[in-house]
Design a protein around this ligand. Sequence first.
Ligand code: ZN
Ligand code: ZN
Length: 354
Amino acid sequence: MSASATVRVMSPEEIAARAGGEVPYLLFPERATLFAERAMRLRQLAGTHPMGDYLRFIAELATVQQQLMGEGAGWAPPAAEALDQAALGGQPPLAASAGAPDARWHTVLRSLVAQVRPKAPAGAAAALQTLADADDVFLDRQADALLQGLHSGLDLACAPVVAAALQVAWTRWVLDTQDAATSAGTAGQALAKAPFGRVDDESRCPCCGSLPVASITRHSGEFAGQRYLSCSLCSTQWQMSRIRCTHCGSTEKLAYQSLATGDDAEGEGSRAAQAAVQAETCDTCHHTLKILHTDRDPLIDVTADDLASLTLDLLVADAGYQRHGQNLMLFFGEAVESPPPDPAADATPPPGRS
Ligand SMILES: [Zn+2]
Ligand SMILES: [Zn+2]
């Protein structure tokens, strides 16, 4: 694959998200290529990587995820009143904390398990067997724990596969809801106005309220130099200015860490400044999130490159920083830092806002 193949043309969804010719706040995932490109990148990174077998397994999952993006009927958008209520409350309209849109994600999960099993490594066999035998109650409990960001009761070995099914469900739900505002939509329901926009908590996805995987800088066309946060569940990206903490919003005491990539006569500072994958650390709130630079590596996929740079996570964790984001393709057993916002709760000022 050549670098030129990655120059993106704006999709109808991206065009629809633009307002007044300004930099678009939201970039929606590409329905036809999102997971296929992730699978390609994972296989490329797997090579001689110490986690190569795991990256190849996640690539198999992503390949089936892409196939499942096109199967079955569309996902209906929420009722107009529910969308209005979310907009008025500054909340994401398709909040993950409120649970799956409907039980069809079970079908997605079972199809995913059936198709990935023959190609899965031995280490994943037990988890896939558990999921193949699981009833709806078990699946819903796993989904609830995962979507609430609570690791108690979560089967950590099954979690990436459950998350992969939920990613398909939410990505389709977001895209179908967005389509309903710009056309008749695949679910056949038209919306009178844009369903997605800014929400009160800038540190979470404006569509589903999930944590980001990492942030990514754009280098092409009108997006050049812009930084976007990429949702761990629905893959929507939202714009956030650079040199600003993604957790608390502070613009002070930020630093950038990276892994040394080889001998460099210009020293460590220069290597850090040129690395495609950096950890942005904040000494105000002691949180960290990776920032991935597409001008330094145009083939970057947020989920894939985040997984493949796990060593950097360990480095900054050792230095005392807590991760702001999450990668649903890998679980360690630690609790996610905080539960997602409860739309029913009062409007406590989100971090970084005053
Ligand atoms: Zn999202
Ligand atoms: Zn901070």
